[in-house]
Write a protein that binds this ligand. Sequence first.
Ligand SMILES: Nc1nc2c(ncn2[C@@H]2O[C@H](COP(=O)(O)OP(=O)(O)OP(=O)(O)O)[C@@H](O)[C@H]2O)c(=O)[nH]1
Length: 774
Amino acid sequence: MNDLIPLVNKLQDVFNTIGSDQIDLPQIVVVGSQSSGKSSVLETIVQKDFLPRGNGVVTRRPLVLQLVNTHLGSMGHSSVSSDGTPNEAPDRAEFLHLPNKQFFDFEEVRKEIEAETARVAGQNKAISRTPIHLKIFSKNVLNLTLVDLPGVTKIPVGDQPTDIEKQTRNLILDYILKPNSVILAVSPANVDLANSDSLKLARQVDPEAKRTIGVLTKLDLMDAGTNSLDILSGRAYPLRLGFIGVVNRSQADIQVNKPMADAFKSETEFFQNHPAYRAIAHRCGTNFLAKTLNTILMNHIRDKLPDIKAKLNSLIGQTQQELTSYGDPTFTGKAHRGSLILQLLTKFASDFVAAIDGTSAEISTKELCGGARIYYIFNNVFGAALDSVNPCENLSVQDIRTAIRNSTGPRPSLFVPEIAFDLLVKPQIKLLEPPSLRCVELAYEELVKICHNCGGKDLSRFPRFHAKLIEVVSDLLRERLGPTSDYVESLISIQRSYINTNHPDFIGGGGAMSALERASQKKKKDVDRTRRLSAVNMALAGNGSDSPAREENPEKPLSSAMANLSVHQAAERADRERERERLNHVSQHGGPNNISTSSVNGSPHGPNSGSKDTFMNYFFGGQQQRNDRPILQESIHRSGNVHNVAKEMVMPKTVLDGEPLDFDKKMDYMTDSEEFSGLNEREDMETQLIRSLITSYFNITRKSIQDLVPKAVMHLLVNYSREAVQNRLVATLYKEELFNDLLQEDDNLCAERAKCKAMLDVFKNAFTIINEAM
Ligand SMILES: Nc1nc2c(ncn2[C@@H]2O[C@H](COP(=O)(O)OP(=O)(O)OP(=O)(O)O)[C@@H](O)[C@H]2O)c(=O)[nH]1
């Protein structure tokens, strides 16, 4: 049973080797205000002068004091010689920070405490939280583990910061908060107990006063006629572990170096002779205090050991798990290297494939990743980028006019030939190239990102191998980037190489025409309606707004206006019918089909065998047309009003007014307009038409690019790398001569593993110690 305290000391030693405070070991913590007599109590218990002395703050670092009784025999420190006779080993001390040094002179111990305090907490009065561990082996001590703490101070002195009181309180609280600590609350008897700092602190953490033992010092300094019997008998301040009164050496005793034995004797006499304490003298004094503390500590340890054992058990489990996560170093041995490399490499490759396929086990629910992100790039990013391209970007009116004129050669022409459309639409298609190439890049970047996240925790052990795997896959991806981009570039070039105006989805000249016609008719209708309404209004106004005649025959003015309009509309309808017939005739007799764009320049091609009109021929007319005049050009030219253009476009000049077209006038006009100083409505119309044709054609191309680029990226980049990754990794990295380098472990990880291993050994060791003792 008495072995329990050495057992805890041993556990403490074991834990100290790794600096672990994960186990809250039972210990007695000495708490009190400054100069309350804490050090004196400890010295009397140890019966040695070994603690620093002085004015003001002396204890500036926690002192963990292990007392080991050498007379009774203690664990690891045999006090019995081999022949069985008691071993009268001299009392000695050892510091944890000086493992190979034993102190037999306790004056030296004091100096070492002072030096060690100054080393960490500085020369002046500052305090430090780092404890000093001191072990005292003596035949005169009972097994005890005590912690001496700096006293609670109120006013900062020396180097002490302004919040010294708070700092000391926090330091004390750190120790006494642990449920396995027993609080030794020291209070001087010559100060009112109500003001005792130690009891106030103890009450904070142990409100039921279950683990607090009170010590009253300086009983000899109480005013004459007063005593602390009420306190010592537990009536004034109830503590489950009670109060014990002691008398330490006074300052004067210390100055004259009063021996411990004499002080001990004086104390005994004090209690036995004191009228108030005589009856309880056997429960007073340092000797009784030491015995009580020993019993309390042992009982406490006995109570707490099962908990400590359980805690150790779970710590062993956790640490074992952590250790496993660092990987087994023996597995990197020569015999296993190849298979380890292959296993890690395969895991990396399959992670890469799984991330692309979206079958990865660690798939994120927070953000898109891997393959899903690539699809997002295709569908959303790329789609939006293409949509944002304006088909007529950078295409000014002047560009359109210039293209028309350049393509018609030196002779200003009335026709807008296909070659001009080609010239204009090709650069616009080129606008699709940057977003397409960006799409390739984004998919590539995503694949690079994917490969950085492959391999899992196992690979973090081998940073070089991990880096190499990433490098090889990155190389593979980079190799594919070139051909994929080239292919995508050529997709755009392909689109630009042939402008297929026969594409079934292309709006064509007819389509553009009817669109414009519809727009124009709508406008015309609006004009007519306005005209009609004003006629009605005028008629109404003629009858007088309040005329009874209006009531008699309100329809009259309206029907006459309507009749006028009907005549006008009927004439228009007849005109339109005639023009349609004419166009049909031209079309059926091969007119437009025989007219190529070059016919504009006077070099007609042979007859076109296709039955479908090319949009330009249909739209802008050809040589076979009557008077060699393209309908549109004439219509636009003649029209003074843009609203009438559509009407004129479907009506041959002759039908409209029978006047022959004045070509010289037209030439003048074209020459004059070279300055581009403002377009007339005809030019405005032409430009609009060209724009809508370009837009129509551009949209067809955009659609096909939007479809083809992702397919190309999937085929040439994503699927290619997905399928090649494993082979590439094996071919590049599965080489005997690389194994050593690749399996070089991370230094930090090795250190962590060693620390974890040491910790596990300590826990296992502690567990065995407890198991053997229980
Ligand atoms: N007469 C008398 N003096 C005592 C007693 N206990 C302590 N003293 C004196 O009180 C002073 C302070 O005692 P310490 O033991 O140094 O007090 P402490 O609480 O350890 O002080 P710090 O470490 O500075 O917080 C010393 O001069 C002691 O001699 C006692 O029971 N009787």
